[in-house]
Structure formats: C-alpha cells, structure tokens
Design a protein around this ligand. Sequence first.
Ligand code: AMP
Length: 656
Amino acid sequence: MAMEYSALYRQSIDDPRSYWLEQSKRIHWFTPFDEVLQDTDPRSPQWFAGGTTNICYNAVDRHAMGSSPFQPAIIWESAETNQRHVYTYTDLYVHVNRVASALRRQGIGKGDRVVIYMPMVPEALFAMLACARLGAVHSVVFGGFSAESLAQRIDDSNAKLVICADGGLRKGKLVRLKRIVDRAMELLHVASPRVLVFDRGIAGWSAVEGRDLSWAAQMAESDDETVDPVPVASGDPSYILYTSGTTGRPKGVVRDTGGYMVMLAATMEQIYGAGPGDVFWAASDIGWVVGHSYIVYAPLLVGATTVLYEGTPDYPTADIWWRLIEREKVNVMFTAPTAMRLLAKHPVEMVRSHDLSSLRHLFLAGEPLDETTYEWARETLQKPVIDHYWQTESGAPMLTNFMGTVATQPFKPGSPTFPAMGWDLDVVGAQGEVVAPGVKGILRARLPLPPGSLTTIWGDHARFVSAYFKQDEKGRWYYDCGDFAEKDADGYFWVLGRSDEVINVAGHRLGTREIEEVLAEHPNVAEAAVIGVADELKGQAIVAFVVPRKGVADTTQLESELQGRIRESIGAIATPRQLSVVRSLPKTRSGKVLRRVLKALSEGRATGDLSTIEDPSTVENIRDILAERRSFADGPRSANVHPAGRTHLREPIDTN
Ligand code: AMP
C-alpha cells in the first residue's frame, strides 16, 4: 500500500535529518557520512558531509556486478538514422570503463572539467558516466547551441577536454557539430582544450593536428581496460549545467554528488513509480536538466532501463513516439507539454492504433501545462497524466503528484499539485511575507534546500547568493524560485509563469537579456527589447523590438542580419518569431522599458494604463507596425517575408 503523503512530507520538512537518513540507504557509500545535514549557513547546506561515493559506481557497477548484469540499461533508438541498439548493464560497464581509461590517458582526473557537445547517442552517456567514474566534472552543452554559446561555456568552466561527435541530425537536417567546435575554439579566451571526436560517419570533418583525437583510435587503445571508480566527497560537484538567468551571462549550475543521487533514487520510487527492470523514457535531451536527471542518472541508479531517443516527436511520422512505446514496452514516460501540443494536432488514430498497455503514466514538466493539452493527453492515452514543476536548479521535482510508493493525490488539472519531499514551498508577497490562499505572489522555498539542489554557480559564489536568495520580513533567508504562483485553499499550487526576465520557449529557458545583448551589439542597433508572448504550440515565443541607429535605411536587411546573429550567438532555439524595427521603445519617464506594454501590443491585448509612459506616440507606432505585419502574414504571400514596417519609419529616427 502506498504511503500517506502528508505524514511523510511533514517528516521531510520537520525532521529532515531522520527523513534523509532513511533515503540515503538507497545508494552505496564508500565511506559513511558523519552527519546527514550541516547547515551552519542555510544557503549552503552540506548534505551527507564526510561521506564518499561515486555516481558511476552506483549507476553501473552495482547492477553489472550485482543481480542484473544482462538487463538492458540503455535502449537507443534513432529516428534520424533508423538505428536501434540495446546495451545491457555489462555492456555499459565495458564501454564506460573504456572511455574512462581513454580520458585518464588524457590526464583527466578528479575535479577536471570536460565539455560534452554531442547528440543523443549512447557514446554521450558513456562519456558522462566516464567523467563521473573519474570524479571529473562534466558540462554537457545542448547540441543546438552555437559556437559562441559553446565557447562561452568552455571558457567559463575552463574545460580541459571537449568531447563531440562529427554531427547530429534534426528532422533529417545535418548539424555539423565538429565544425561548430572548431569555430568555438577560435573564440576561446582560455587555453584550447583537446577535442575527442566521435565519428558517426554522417558529417565530414578534418582533424586539427596536435589537438584533435579520434574516439575510435582512443577506444581501441583502451580496449579491455578498467578504471576503479574514484571516491568523491558527497559535496563534490558532479556536473555543471548552464542555464539562463536574468543577466546575459548563463549561470553554471553546480550539482553535488551524494545528495543528488539520494534525491534521484527517492523520486524514482516515490514519484515516478519506476524501479529495477522498468522501461523509463524521458523524451528530452541530455543537454537539459531532465536529460541529466531522468535520461541518464536516475533510471540507471535504480536499475531501470532508460530509453535514449534521437529524434523529434513527429519525424518521420507523427506516430513515431507511440510506435516506440509499443515496441520497447515503455512503462513510464516523461516529456514536455509542447511535445503533446504538437502530437495533439494529429488524428487520435495515430495514438489509438498502437498498443500502449505497457505505459502506466505520463509525466509532463518544463512549462505550464494548459488544461486542453492535459485533457487531450489523458483522454487519448487513457492514462494518468501528471504535471510536475521543477527547474535546472532543483535537479528533481519541486511540485508534483505521486505515482509510486507515495499515495496519489486527487488531481486538479492545471495544478502541479503539492510540494515534493523536502521542498518547503510557499507563496510570498514583496516583503517575503506568506500571502493568503488564492493570492498571487512569488514561489519561494524555505532553507535549507533539499539534497540534489544546486550548491553554487560555477566560479561565482557571490552571484549564486545574490541571484537566488532573499530575506523575509523577519530577516530569514529563502530561495526565490523566480516564478509567480498561487496556492489554493486546499494547498494546491498553481504556477503562473516567470517573475523575472526569463522566458520559456517549448520548455527551454532563455534569458531576454542574453538575446537583447546580441541584438544591441549590432552597430546599426541603438536599443533592443525582447519579450515572451503567448504561443499556442510552444507556450511562449520570442518577440524582439529593435530601434535602429540614426540614418539606417534598410531595415529589412537589418532584420535578417539580426536573426542571423542570434542564431550564431545563441542558437536556433533563440530565433525570434517576430523581430520588428521600431522608432522607439515605450518607456517610463525614468527610462525603464515598459515590457508589459510591448507584451500586450504583441498579443493584441489592451495596453492598460499608459500614464507612466514618456511618449505615448511610441505605442501607436508599434501598434501600426504590428498590425501591418499581421495583415501581411494573413495575406497570400509567405509569412516569412514581411515589409518590416518601413512605411512607419519615414520620419527621422532620433534615438542617440
Ligand atoms: P528549466 O530550468 O529550464 O527546467 O526551467 C525551469 C522553469 O520552467 C521554471 O522556473 C518554470 O518557470 C518553468 N516550469 C517548469 N515546469 C513547470 C510546470 N510544470 N508548470 C509551470 N512552469 C514550469
């Protein structure tokens, strides 16, 4: 029988030491910890201090050497190359040791940083686990990021090695990853690391003498070698994962080792209801936090089989996912609402024609789950659909319902239900005071944050402290989640969207500031503002407004240059859906850009109070430009080409 939620939850908050002591038994410790929790500074709790362990040992050796050596650990399916391969825990053990031995030969050891820039191939997982085996810190960079973004991350982490593949594929389109690495190397401010290239044979590349290493040659040299897993302290970093914040510079979220493992193992059983032998499919990417936690580490830690899928939900056919669930007998699935919105556009027969009886439930996270999508998924699949909320920073769910050993709570569509174990969440007002049920405020967590939460920002602890922590009216520190939320009278939470300058496009977090900075760097741009607007499919879409410098005549050219710059500097995921060249931005008298006005105009809503605005004619200018775009996009010509509102720019532009 499932455990009651409230009693267990209360224990996790009121007596965290006893609660987490029990949970810590889920993993193997090389040396036991002295204390469950040290929280002299509640912002920097030490979970399981004094204990040593190793993630790779727990995720691989325990099963390969234990009771399940021949159980599949990874099922790899590529819809892009039409390949499938199953790796047992023993296979995984052999591969990971081989890679670890090759990395060790390159001088990689405890604490060294390794950047992994790879598509969804098993070798990426081998590389991550090999780093963990050596106590090295990996930083996986999403394969959709550009050379500049990659260079920024190599610089920031001062990586000793970059591991990449020759290329990746997205809907049949080739992404030449090695070439992007070559470009990134030219942009570095740190010494150029070595590059280990896994050649899939899909993209030609040339080796740089003395820098590049061939994966095949390195593995041949390591062949049957094994490497002992290096014991690391519970608090030692397991990885860095960069995410967007409110400034232009991405934050290197650092995760510890022991706490993370304990949290992942506990959530697999309590929340996802997945254990040894279950087939778990998190349809995300290893470049995101969901990939780190629930494609790689959590399923392997508990001895489940993880599905590693290279592809998109609807390519080459719109039933590719449902076919995969049927073929691989997936028990638990996890993806983002965007994917469901996309699949909901296709006839339900696409789903119903497949035998989905193996599937027990579907978890969704990454962005707000609207009721229509929730209902579609529930009705079509005839399975429980669970909305849960978390962040790169948390590494695991913060708000959730339970499908495992903890009793399932009654569903309220649109709400990710209750706090997960160890998360003491509340909704607060501007002074940090808890607000009444039904009142909108900021979602915050009381300290200490539970095991597995971020421990710092790589190389910038001061930024960690200032970015995340605030004091309540009594001077106590708390963690600001950066989201607006509401708690109802029954204690259910409703997440309403970001409270900071971060937007969420198809479950991917992007800082408006990072995009604005790229735009503002163009010599013909005087000012830029970027906002997120509601989008039917992606949740939010990026809309950019740019004020050109005086004398710039060809705004169409400027627009296309700017779109190109964003693709190059950040990656295609940050390409604005709409980029408008406008005369000026709506501002307050003190010079603050009124984003809510831009947002209302872009969404075709009433702008509300304009009394604080410096120059009301700005609003009219933008409204006209957007209206013209809309009528143009609705017209017979391609929506991708537009008149750029040039007619509205006839008057002289006087910005600076
Ligand atoms: P990321 O760090 O990229 O995983 O993004 C985390 C952010 O995504 C959160 O702070 C929320 O703004 C949003 N988010 C994640 N899950 C949910 C959810 N279930 N409902 C609403 N927003 C969510």
